[in-house]
Design a protein around this ligand. Structure first.
Ligand SMILES: Cc1cc2nc3c(=O)[nH]c(=O)nc-3n(C[C@H](O)[C@H](O)[C@H](O)COP(=O)(O)OP(=O)(O)OC[C@H]3O[C@@H](n4cnc5c(N)ncnc54)[C@H](O)[C@@H]3O)c2cc1C
Length: 679
């Protein structure tokens, strides 16, 4: 790409005190950005950011808003974005960068204008095209309602019923009590006209066929009042994301047409017969699981958006903020300190790892969804769906915990000013928080991943082939050989090499599979039920097993990405360092297992080699850290934190923000109460 064209695509950064670090970088940040995000990706981002910059509705709010005003503004901004063709469908996964501006907007939009049409498209058929059209035309506003008041994670325990009425040719929706009310539904509190409701489908023969999804009218299209038989309302203020009206709904023998069942995988005929295109019920779930994984892979991208923003703010601030120094006359920016580097640079490495992973797997899951709709080989799709489900069940928790911990460290690494609301780090932390809970509560979701890994392990033990269409665990076929290997690196460089780090994770995964399986078998032999076996094998095995699986795939994806021929030598060099820092930071936390499992002998000094390697890498990366943050940074009007602006004029921007808000300088209306003791 010609330089003038690159300048149009990626704007120059303003000059300022951060230049001191920028000129030390050993690569061109714009070229790295171009290779990492692609020309189309950067165009998508520019389209979204420039729309926000030029639209008065999106001027930053300086004061806290009332709940009602938060919701109104969020809805108005969503409308403006939609009117300008900015939505999850047209922008694809790049839409998730909106989380860096105001997280409520993409949360509500992703549900109403992404997840809902996607679900209708994926799980519905021809007969739902008219409804789909109405969602797209904004005649209908749809929400996604799975969670119930007394059941969230355990979807099978949900108690809303949809009983087929053969005489009326309708499904009768019913919530037996308040505990069966659908709740937490984003957009339902004030906005929705329709909801996709997951309910237990019961046929006239009284057979319960399990959870199925239905399109259900909620509010009158003219008056916006609840329809008869529907009680709908708002859950009130939340910890964050208050632009989103999370709501509840209760049905009282409420009838909807038979055709409102989303019937791609199963249907009920007019005379009440249940028919499924999947002979095996589990396969119906397999394909649906795959479809649901799209949300979880998207969350890894959302985590990446929050993580990038927090890391950008913290790194830029810490490169400016000075404290102490080697002499009376010399003060050091805090980023120069070893402790600060060790706190922040691994998070920078994690940010790149999560970004590369989420970009790749969002593309894979989008392609999977297309195959699902085009009705390719069902058996093949079933296996692919299961692997994607298992992977997203490990990486969604892993990436959201990585981001959670990183954001907190970023907040602390900015000291007191990081605690100011204007730093945005508190809002980033609170908004990100929900990623650990929705789309599958992390601690429960992660069990799905270990279940799949254990089932593949038992195939292997029984001489059967493992099924890994995406190749995330195909190396397990070689597990016997892997487990016999020993750590034998003699130098720090060798220890920190990508090949060695990846192999160590392969070993750990095999080791944890063996250990978890042993625990499971022991419990079975002791007569435990399947339920108790699963419960009692979580600590310290199954949970760690899933995390190691996620870590392995993230590292492998990072390494594969570096191997692509697109990179210039200097880009490869810096990415390799980040990747090595990512892998070694993960392994350093698992030293106990590497020793206890016999991979590393006591005199191998793997701990010293890894730790010294991390220190060396952090020191080395100081040269590139600010430029690496520039690659991840959105424009200043999106960063919108005086601590993290591109020019690095931290104190000037803090002063502007303080003085911008007139209230900060005014005498309080209650000033007499202060002096009352004297009056
Ligand atoms: C901001 C936000 C938006 C949301 N939007 C929607 C939406 O649009 N539509 C919708 O349907 N839902 C939505 N939800 C609901 C969300 O999907 C659920 O909250 C989530 O699935 C967790 O379920 P739960 O709240 O019932 O947690 P629970 O399952 O009750 O979990 C409580 C605790 O118990 C633990 N636990 C549960 N089972 C086990 C087990 N077997 N082993 C070990 N520990 C266990 C969990 O780890 C957790 O710590 C939203 C939630 C939030 C916070």
């Amino acid at each position: 790409m010609r330089l003038s064209k690159l300048k149009d695509l990626i704007s120059d950064l303003p000059k300022g005190p951060l230049d001191k670090y920028r000129i030390r970088a050993r690569f061109d940040w714009k070229l790295l950005k171009l290779n990492l995000e692609g020309e189309e990706g950067i165009r998508q981002q520019n389209k979204i950011w420039s729309f926000i910059k030029d639209n008065s509705l999106f001027k930053a709010n300086y004061n806290s808003l009332t709940l009602d005003e938060s919701r109104r503004i969020c809805t108005a901004r969503i409308r403006a974005l939609l009117d300008n063709e900015i939505n999850p469908i047209t922008c694809g996964s790049w839409f998730n960068i909106l989380f860096q501006y105001d997280a409520s907007i993409p949360v509500k939009m992703s549900v109403m204008h992404g997840m809902v049409p996607n679900t209708v498209f994926t799980l519905g058929t021809e007969r739902h095209m008219d409804i789909l059209h109405k969602f797209s035309n904004l005649e209908y506003f749809g929400v996604f309602a799975l969670t119930e008041m007394s059941h969230g994670t355990n979807a099978k325990g949900m108690r809303t019923t949809a009983t087929y009425d053969v005489n009326k040719k309708t499904f009768c929706l019913h919530s037996p009590d308040f505990e069966a009310a659908k709740c937490w539904v984003g957009g339902l509190g004030k906005t929705a006209t329709h909801a996709i409701i997951f309910a237990q489908l019961i046929t006239p023969d009284k057979v319960n066929h399990g959870l199925h999804s239905f399109i259900v009218p909620i509010r009158d299209l003219d008056t916006h009042l609840p329809l008869p038989g529907v009680t709908v309302g708002d859950l009130g203020e939340k910890i964050a994301l208050n632009g989103v009206d999370n709501g509840f709904v209760i049905f009282n023998n409420y009838h909807i047409p038979r055709t409102y069942l989303l019937n791609r995988t199963a249907d009920v005929t007019e005379d009440g017969q249940y028919v499924s295109s999947f002979k095996d019920k589990n396969k119906r779930f397999g394909a649906s699981f795959g479809a649901l994984s799209i949300g979880r892979f998207n969350i890894t991208w959302i985590c990446s958006s929050f993580l990038n923003l927090a890391v950008v703010i913290a790194l830029r601030y810490c490169a400016i903020r000075k404290q102490f120094g080697p002499s009376e006359n010399e003060e050091w920016p805090v980023i120069e300190y070893q402790a600060q580097q060790a706190r922040l640079f691994p998070h920078l490495a994690f940010a790149y790892a999560v970004k590369i992973f989420s970009q790749k797997y969002c593309e894979i899951i989008n392609n999977f969804q297309i195959k699902l709709v085009s009705g390719e080989d069902r058996d093949k799709l079933h296996l692919e769906g299961i692997e994607l489900h298992a992977l997203s069940s490990a990486t969604k928790p892993l990436c959201s915990w990585i981001a959670r911990d990183a954001i907190q460290d970023c907040r602390e690494s900015c000291g007191g000013h990081g605690y100011l609301k204007m730093s945005r780090l508190g809002d980033i932390r609170a908004n990100h928080d929900a990623n650990c809970t929705y789309e599958g509560e992390n601690n429960v979701l992660i069990q799905q991943s270990s279940n799949w890994l254990l089932s593949q392990w038992s195939c292997l033990l029984n001489g059967k082939a493992i099924s890994s269409p995406f190749g995330t665990i195909d190396f397990l076929a070689d597990s016997e050989h892997i487990l016999k290997q020993k750590f034998n690196c003699t130098t720090i460089e060798e220890t920190m090499s990508l090949e060695n780090l990846l192999f160590s994770l392969k070993w750990l995964l095999c080791y944890y599979l063996k250990k978890t399986n042993k625990r499971v078998q022991d419990l079975k032999e002791d007569g435990y039920t399947d339920f108790m076996v699963r419960n009692d094998s979580q600590l310290f095995f199954a949970r760690t097993l899933s995390l190691i699986y996620g870590e392995y795939v993230l590292l492998k994806t990072f390494i594969d990405c570096i191997k692509e021929p697109i990179w210039k030598t200097e880009e490869c060099e810096v990415l390799r360092k980040l990747c090595s820092l990512f892998g070694s930071t993960i392994l350093e936390k698992r030293l106990v297992d590497l020793y206890a499992g016999g991979y590393a002998s006591v005199d191998s000094n793997i701990d010293d080699k890894l730790r010294q390697g991390i220190i060396m890498l952090c020191k080395d990366l100081l040269e590139d850290a600010v430029a690496l943050a520039d690659v991840l940074a959105p424009p200043d009007y999106i960063v919108n934190s005086p601590l993290g602006m591109a020019d690095g004029n931290v104190y000037k921007h803090i002063q502007e923000k303080i003085f911008q808000n007139k209230e900060n300088l005014e005498r309080p209306t209650w000033w007499r109460e202060i002096l009352s003791s004297k009056l």
